[in-house]
Design a protein around this ligand. Structure first.
Ligand SMILES: [Zn+2]
Ligand SMILES: [Zn+2]
Length: 82
């Protein structure tokens, strides 16, 4: 009863239980749907989001990921046609 405030987020596809909802989402995408938004250009490993990608590249390969093409695309979209 004392730990009733702690929430758990079970995976609907397997027995995995996480403490954070975003961890479950990442797990489902990577394990059950095999959706990788970012693919490591050095070893080909798939990462679920930019944070995980940057962390992987920095820790595994010693590179700091700077600019990406997606940021340029976002800025282009935001340009108003006034
Ligand atoms: Zn699962
Ligand atoms: Zn890699």
């Amino acid at each position: 009863m004392m730990n009733s405030r702690r929430r758990y987020f079970p995976c609907p596809y397997c027995a995995l239980v996480c403490h954070r909802s975003d961890n479950v989402v990442r797990h489902i995408r990577s394990v059950h749907f095999r959706q990788y938004s970012f693919c490591c250009q050095f070893c080909g490993k798939g990462l679920g989001d930019r944070t995980a990608y940057n962390k992987h590249v920095t820790s595994k390969h010693g590179h700091v990921t700077g600019q990406t093409n997606q940021q340029q695309t976002e800025q282009t979209v935001m340009t108003s046609s006034q």
